[in-house]
Write a protein that binds this ligand. Sequence first.
Ligand code: APR
Length: 251
Amino acid sequence: MDVLPQESLETIRRAKSIIFLTGAGISNESGIPTFRGEGGLWKNFRAEDLATPGAFQKNPELVWEWYDWRRNICKNAKPNPGHLTIANWQKKSNSVSLITQNVDGLHPRAGSESIIELHGNIFRVRCTNCSAKFHLEQVGLDHPGLKFCKHCESLLRPDIVWFGEEYDQTLLTKSWELCKQSQIVFVIGTSANVSVPAQLALTAIRNGALGIEINPAETNLTTSMKHHFGGKSGEVLPKIWNEVFPNEPLD
Ligand code: APR
């Protein structure tokens, strides 16, 4: 399908609460490889091999090398029309929430402000000893290789939720609450392989939200969605904006 029916357009216009739930796919057109698509590999390692506490304990240099490589890709990438459309929507109405699995920092750079970064942020680090957190560029730690705490000189790690680790409970509670009270949930660029984000989308739908998925591929969420757009979010999202707000050009 390439347009939304009038009934759904009206539902979106009347919605008191809208949620955008995004995954790596929304950043694919910015040149950041997704995790499970082609290009998601690095020196034949998968994210599952490196983004774990065990991998960091065993070989922190290798894990930092991977994150330095990914961070540089993110730093050199630019937000695309998909990120920018969500940022416009959040500027237009304070009832638009953004929950992202992405750590690439492109949503804040696109102008989105209230963002729940479920999996953390690749530009933030935290101390393995005193848990102090730093923004790499602000404390001059944006260099390759091992990084050490400005407070206690212990080893720093990326402030990212690794496989097998717990989510930040505050962020999670806030995400469940938002999903329970939303009327619209856009699920964009996620394979729904990770259970919590997938369950968040299903919670919204079970609570009556209209589900709209944007993904060139179908996922195990597709059958629960009211609408599935089999396209690229950088192309589809601006189109949806123009259909919902025909007299308001995107910034
Ligand atoms: N527009 C929309 N969707 C796209 C685009 C695009 N231009 N390009 C690719 N996709 C879709 C793919 O079809 C795929 O379904 O984006 C999805 C990306 O899936 P994954 O690579 O699994 O990324 P994601 O779902 O975000 O992974 C979730 O898993 O590895 C962990 O913590 C990591 O946050 C990540 C989590």
